[in-house]
Design a binder for this molecule. Sequence first.
Ligand code: GLC
Length: 604
Amino acid sequence: MDYTDFVTRLNANYDELKWLYCELYHNDMMAFHYFTDMLRRMYSQRRQSLLELDRQRIQRPDWYRSNGLLGMMLYVDNFAGNLQGVREKLPYLRECGVNYVHLMPLLQTVKGRSDGGYAVADFRKVQPELGTMEDLEQLADACHDAGICLALDFVMNHTSEDHPWARAARAGDPVARARYFFYRNWDVPNEFEKTVPQVFPTTAPGNFTYLPDCGEIVMTTFYPYQWDLNYANPMVFNDMTENLLFLANRGMDVIRLDAIPYIWKELGTSCRNLPRVHTLSRMLRLACEIVCPGVLLLGEVVMEPAKVAPYFGTEEKPECQLLYNVTTMCSTWHTLATRDVRLLRRQIEQLRALPRGSTFQNYLRCHDDIGWGLDYPWLSQFGMEEVAHKQYLNDWFTGKRPGSPSRGELYNDDPRLGDARLCGTTASLCGMETDEELGLQCDLMMHAWMLTQSGIPVLYSGDEVAQFNDYAYHDDPDKQADSRYLHRGPFNWNLALRRHVPDTVQARLFSGLRRLEKLRAAEPLFGCEADFNSFETGSDAVLGVRRSLPGRELIALFNFSPEPQTLRLGMRCVTDLLTGEKLDLGCFELPGYGFVWAKAEGLS
Ligand code: GLC
């Protein structure tokens, strides 16, 4: 094994790594040496093909910022039964134009206590129903051959109570207990509860769980069977980093850092986004830079806007390469329900102010609920107050308000705080269950807007063929308490077949999306390097976005209302990207839920 690259990269980052580590772990040099030895060991286990990928990516460090990337997130079992099935279905993913696939959690978990796979009982083992680690590696190889990158979750805030560490802790092993937060009585937990909000207020209230069999209390921010790891213990950090690198060595290109804002706990705080979280994520980034520099970190930071961007780190000390654009996602649904684009316009300006290197993953729907983390202080000037507005949005998307075609369901409805979240697939939330034609226009417009944003667009599997909500989860005792299963139904291959049947909704949506995606991939104006801003369209229902590069410009318009809007933009002729025809934006009518992508060239 040739360690030259490893040694060069370790040396280049050594001082910073050591400084961060020793400061966090009180100069525990033994732990630090264990850590660097572990890095070396993980490097030695990296396959030749992955080392080669690392080399290529170092040459093109911006490889993931190309407008040619299109993502899809999917559940292995829902999509194709198991990992081998996914491999067989790669041609379908290619047909979708997808070259970046996020596999939802697939590691060992306990049925009925899995939180959709986010309660991991073994970080080195695939759920037997889905296959083996070898299957995962084979899938990664097949994906790489087909030009597809793979992303996998790294659930690092907690383990399942069935993880060997948790079992040993339960049985009284003090070393294992030190990996978690164990308490003899409720004094400290009660203190924490004074300042720590709840993640699952109805499905799993509180942040601690009493274990009757051993008479102890353990910290469980999420479900009671998900025990929070204590990252103040260097053994936890060392072993979890090793687990991360193990997954990277299986051929994963992107590692999703699940629930990263939660990983550091301190009494008297909210236990979210604490400064130490950034020390830890910086150290993880350094570990990857040293061992597997081709691998990217995607931070799952579902927080209000100001809390998200710090997870990119700084130019000198970067943390995650990718973050979810959760704020734009939420604000997009808000805009649909209010037909008022002002908040989105503000958000566009806020995104524009971020350093150009910040790359977001854009999406309409994912496996989780929509949490309505909007900019309420700003919205209140228009009379939209937090509690009442959340109520409005939830009423709209559950179809309770007159005129709403949406069919969603509430998630963790907390009447105490007036705080419920929302579930449903894109098609159902866009109203296709009740008004197919208008819903289809709406769905296309929403995707067109998503594809206009800078960053990586990621589809939610099933959305490309307008899959509706799956109401069957109500009858499954393992799922019925968690309404997120509403949009986690099995992929409907019969529905997908209709993409080839002309004039069906599936064919129109599928081909409509493909057209947009191809245009996006071919047009540099959609790239991360293009500047973007929003402009006034004269209608609060119509979002106007301009993307520009020297000498050329893209004008994009999105009507968030079902009513046609007459616009007087006073702009010269442009070329409609979709039809290739000239378009006069001087005075024209944009149909209900219509959109335009138009190009102007030869600008000075
Ligand atoms: C993340 C996941 C969510 C899960 C939670 C706990 O937020 O997206 O599905 O419930 O982490 O691991």
